[in-house]
Design a protein around this ligand. Structure first.
Ligand SMILES: Cc1ncc(COP(=O)(O)O)c(C=O)c1O
Length: 402
């Protein structure tokens, strides 16, 4: 029988038509049915250049054949079993991640999302230090679960139950404020959490000197340095962790997004000095067979195709070319994590890029366009975007003049 969602004959008298979806984000009225590399296609066969990657998630490119094959093969063997048995894929993943990230001596805890990774990182920092206070920064975004949202600088998404006196917000890249805070209450600070490049906050790069000061003060006061690498990590910046540009080692790195190229997998890696012991953390889904297969496929492709070097090189090219477009302001970022501001008269640029030029980009309020493409973006894809943005700016300028 054909299902008619407007009727629910098994529940007579029920006035409701059908279950609605919770309104999570504003959506574009586009249904993607196919994806490959840096491109996606809608139901009508219209092609789009994807410089957004579903919010910085697509790291090795859509439907990469090695990734598809590894996940498919794994699914045909065993998709899931919980952490109550040995999962050798987890050991393989830890080994590979240790090598690619340059942190073989850290230990890996696997979970499912960026917020969960940060939640666990901060929880561990508090267990380790026995302290409660966390330092976070203005314009930060660390997720929506209780502690992750409490260290996020956006009161609109903090529910009353998540409000806490334990978080100290300091201005970003302000060494003096950081020093003063530690001088006053360093012995109470469990952790400092910072994105190497703020994503949701508008592509703000943490200065090397600032990250070095965090590292030094954390060591001096016994606090834990948490490097949120959920968006800026996994090679996107042109180094595995964007914090690596400062030549520092954080105590915990959180990661998610690019880790599974779309498969929900996340984790934290924990420095050997931390007292991280059995019972502090746990998870049902984290580190399942399929997630590990996806994460391993991603790291294998990153290595085989030199994607971190490609992110550095193609990102630099793209940024240099964007800087030549006079209408774009404050072009900034590292690797393939790029932002620029658009003036008021071009406020519809992002929308027009999507509907006229068929290019997906990201945004940050109020007027920043964010580029978060696959790390496999080719120079010719970058050129296609540059041509599209120049053309769109030209068209918009001529409309304004008229
Ligand atoms: C820097 C950063 N941390 C944490 C998160 C939260 O990740 P998730 O949405 O997977 O919980 C995000 C998501 O945008 C992020 O950008």
């Amino acid at each position: 029988m054909h299902f008619n969602p407007t009727r629910a004959p098994w529940r007579p008298g029920l006035n409701k038509k059908y279950m609605k979806l919770f309104d999570v984000y504003p959506i574009n009225d586009i249904t993607i049915v196919k994806a490959k590399g840096s491109y996606v296609w809608d139901q009508e066969g219209q092609q789009y250049l994807d410089l957004y990657g579903g919010h910085a998630v697509i790291s090795i490119g859509h439907t990469h054949p090695h990734y598809v094959q590894r996940i498919t093969e794994q699914l045909n063997k065993v998709g899931f079993y919980s952490n109550s048995i040995r999962i050798p894929l987890q050991e393989q993943l830890a080994d590979k991640l240790g090598k690619v990230s340059g942190r073989p001596d850290y230990q890996l805890f696997l979970c499912n999302s960026g917020a969960e990774a940060n939640e666990n990182a901060l929880k561990l920092a508090s267990f380790h230090t026995g302290r409660k206070k966390v330092v976070a920064f203005r314009k930060s975004f660390h997720g929506r679960t209780s502690l992750a949202v409490a260290v996020t600088d956006n009161p609109a998404i903090v529910a009353p139950v998540n409000q806490t006196e334990n978080v100290i917000f300091l201005p970003f890249n302000d060494d003096a404020a950081l020093e003063e805070c530690f001088a006053k209450q360093g012995n109470e600070i469990a952790a400092v959490i910072i994105e190497g490049i703020q994503g949701v906050g508008g592509i703000n790069v943490a200065e090397a000197g600032f990250l070095q000061a965090i590292s030094r003060l954390c060591k001096q006061y016994g606090s834990v340095f948490v490097a949120d690498s959920v968006q800026c990590g996994y090679g996107r910046s042109g180094k595995f962790f964007s914090h690596d540009f400062a030549g520092v080692d954080a105590d915990i790195y959180s990661m998610a997004k690019g880790m599974g190229n779309g498969f929900p997998v996340a984790g934290i890696i924990i420095a050997p000095e931390l007292h991280a012991k059995h019972g502090m953390l746990g998870t049902t889904f984290g580190g399942n067979h399929l997630a590990c297969a996806a994460a391993l496929a991603v790291l294998e492709v990153i290595e085989q195709e030199n994607l971190i070097a490609n992110a550095a090189e193609t990102g630099k090219y793209l940024m240099d070319e964007l800087k030549k477009i006079p209408q774009l302001q404050r072009v900034r970022g590292k690797g393939l994590m790029i932002g620029f501001d658009v003036p008021e008269e071009l406020k519809d640029l992002r929308k027009n890029l999507l509907w006229n030029q068929r290019v997906f980009t990201g945004e940050a309020k109020p007027n920043t366009i964010r580029l978060l493409p696959s790390l496999a973006l080719r120079k010719k894809d970058a050129d296609e975007f540059l041509e599209a943005i120049r053309e769109e700016i030209h068209t918009m300028a001529s409309v304004v003049v008229k």
